[in-house]
Design a protein around this ligand. Structure first.
Ligand code: AMP
Length: 214
């Protein structure tokens, strides 16, 4: 099972893909999480990624694709994996297609979480995330059981550096320019399933699991 989640920043990719991966028992691979981990650990990759992420721009394709190549060749990916935030450009999608072909693997489905821009800003400004397990919360609509603490692993929640309004606006512009074209790219390959992302998390998850299950 190889699944891609597409959607604008704040559409719910992280929340849905993490829950779906846990339910399906396959790894959840988030390029954003891998970059943030590297930034935290001050690695060379982290330094490079930070210079793009802090401006709301994309990390170069060659860096991102080789990261994915390495990660998807790890043993835990043998039975499949769920991608969150990759691919994000047409070039990444083409290179990933080649990689799968070389590995004799096939993409199962691409889920596009569809949501209007107006709803995204509020979601991102009020988003709080767990730096340890990647779970995502919202200050009013998806509160943790205990204020400021992750339900999954008990870690203190934080606000992402790039969830500041000026960076958010640039990330949305980057999304429309570079990532949105992937919707048509995968539609033409008959792999795309659109899911309305402006509904409660559990309602969406049920639909996601139905798609993945089939
Ligand atoms: P995310 O957590 O998916 O919102 O990603 C956070 C940031 O990491 C993005 O705004 C990009 O700067 C960078 N990033 C994540 N995934 C990719 C990707 N596939 N290609 C390029 N940059 C990425």
């Amino acid at each position: 099972m190889i699944v891609i989640f597409l959607g604008a920043p704040g559409a719910g990719k992280g929340t849905q893909s993490l829950r779906a991966a846990n339910a399906a028992g396959v790894p959840h691979i988030s390029t954003g999480d891998i970059f943030r981990e590297n930034i935290k650990n001050k690695t060379e990759l982290g330094k490079l990624a930070e210079s793009y992420i802090s401006k709301g721009a994309l990390v170069p394709d060659d860096v991102t694709v080789s990261l994915i190549e390495k990660r998807t060749h790890e043993k835990d990916c043998e039975k499949g994996f769920i991608l969150d935030g990759f691919p994000r450009t047409s070039n990444q999608a083409k290179l990933f297609g080649r990689l799968l072909k070389k590995d004799k693997k096939e993409l199962s489905v691409v889920i596009n979480l569809d949501i209007k821009d107006e709803a995204l800003l509020d979601r991102l400004v009020k988003r709080r995330v767990c730096p340890k397990c990647g779970a995502s919360y919202h200050l009013t609509s998806l509160k943790p059981k205990k204020d400021g603490i992750c339900d999954e692993c008990g870690t203190a929640l934080v606000q992402r550096e790039d969830d500041r309004e000026e960076v958010i606006l640039q990330r949305l512009a980057t999304y429309h320019e570079q990532t949105q074209p992937l919707i048509n790219y995968y539609k033409r390959k008959k792999l795309l399933v659109n899911i309305d992302g402006d509904r409660p998390v559990d309602t969406i998850l049920k639909e996601v699991m139905k798609v993945i299950g089939s």
